[in-house]
Write a protein that binds this ligand. Structure first.
Ligand SMILES: [Zn+2]
Length: 402
């Protein structure tokens, strides 16, 4: 048996008044998703443990079959892995944003979505001036980078910068405030980065162009290399791939022992190359047992609060992803199981993730479908799987049995 997960990030939503109480997927024209539903059993899945925030990395980890409460170690380690940084024991990895500071206030978390090229110049300077045997910076994409502290102590409380735009920086620095050498080092590095980057030629140019400057580092989400068993060790999956435009998802795949497949034109936005990703998934199924196809676009539409855009991303997924996968299934009826689901809701009205249960469906040869004929947040209430807790999903997917 081969397994294909089609993950439509953040597509689940709430009833929207001006859609007559429908959610985006209810309002969208999705005949192929519904056809898959008519061949599937459905249920609700809890993807976020109570102890963690409803981040994509947490929810996707659950769907890959990991107990996230046990294995989650923050974003830093996942992004480090996606950048090819080899973490050793005792290395504490952080997501390190380049942010805009002005008069002691955090203006924004992204330095105006600075280009990777400009950011790389700043990271090179940071390594020259602040880097040493203990501290190292690694260039990622745009404002999203990685910092590693050798022998760093965790037990830190670092504020995600996108949560606190406009706050006074002295109130939101890493804690604890006293008697914690790594917290003290972080605060010192942040202040020194500010001194160093303020007058950097990249920022002088940005100021002249009226763009936000990238004049401070903001390390957060610290963690050590997770002790994650691979999917092979846990579930006997011999080989598999991850297809995604998002670093975090590739990082997860790396720790899970999955290969990364990169598709040209996969942007993580509604402009993404849906068809190319579906083709890559189908191709990967010829010599892999497990394919995790992650599509970020509906989540982005949810964060933008754009209902029409979210509907469009779902119709694109229906036509350009699910349709070809159904055609492939038609030819490989006895040997392919398909799961379709979001990782978490990103309701357009509130523009951020929630930790609600998500609707899911599994189509598996030899397993009779349930009565649910249309797939959405409400209809799966009648699904045969009922309410499913976290890692139970992977067991169901692999065995077909409750
Ligand atoms: Zn997500």
């Amino acid at each position: 048996m081969k397994y294909l997960v089609i993950l439509a990030d953040g597509f689940a939503d709430e009833p929207i008044e001006r859609l007559g109480g429908k959610t985006p997927i209810m309002a969208a024209n999705t005949p192929h998703i519904d056809k898959l539903c008519q061949m599937s059993k459905c249920g609700y899945l809890k993807t976020v443990p109570d102890s963690l925030h409803p981040g994509s990395e947490v929810a996707n980890m659950t769907i890959m079959g990991y107990d996230a409460a046990k294995y989650y170690q923050g974003r830093g380690v996942l992004e480090a892995s996606a950048l090819g940084v080899d973490l050793e024991e005792g290395d504490l990895a952080f997501r390190c944003n380049l942010v805009s500071e002005e008069d002691g206030v955090l203006l924004n978390h992204s330095a105006g979505h600075i280009s990777t090229e400009e950011a790389d110049e700043l990271i090179v300077s940071l390594n020259e001036q602040l880097g040493d045997d203990v501290v190292k910076f690694y260039t990622g994409v745009s404002y999203r980078h990685v910092m590693v502290i050798k022998g760093g102590q965790n037990g830190l409380s670092c504020t995600p910068p996108h949560d606190v735009p406009g706050e006074r920086i002295d109130t939101i620095l890493p804690k604890p405030g006293v008697d914690h050498p790594t917290a003290a080092l972080l605060r010192q590095l942040m202040h020194r980065s500010n001194d160093l980057l303020n007058d950097h030629s990249v920022n002088v140019k940005r100021k002249q162009q009226g763009l936000p400057v990238a004049n401070m580092i903001w390390p957060w989400s610290p963690g050590y290399k997770p002790q994650m068993p691979t999917l092979k060790e846990m579930y006997g999956i011999n080989n598999g791939v991850v297809i995604s435009a998002v670093d975090l998802i590739h990082g997860l795949g790396n720790f899970g022992g999955l290969q990364s497949v990169f598709v040209e034109g996969a942007t993580g936005l509604y402009t993404t190359n849906y068809k190319g990703k579906a083709d890559a998934a189908i191709e990967a199924l010829s010599d892999n047992d497990y394919v995790f196809l992650h599509i970020e676009a509906p989540d982005e539409a949810g964060h933008e609060g754009d209902v029409e855009l979210k509907i469009r991303t779902l119709e694109d997924i229906d036509e350009k992803v699910v349709k070809p996968c159904l055609e492939f299934l038609e030819k490989n009826k006895d040997e392919l199981s398909i799961a379709f689901l979001p990782d978490h809701p990103t309701p357009c009205e509130i523009r951020t993730h929630t930790r609600e249960y998500v609707p899911y469906m599994i189509c598996r040869p030899g397993v009779e479908a349930d009565s649910v004929a249309v797939y959405d947040e409400k209809s799966v209430y009648d699904g045969a799987f009922g309410f499913t807790d976290q890692t139970e999903f992977m067991k169901l997917f692999l065995s077909g049995k409750k």
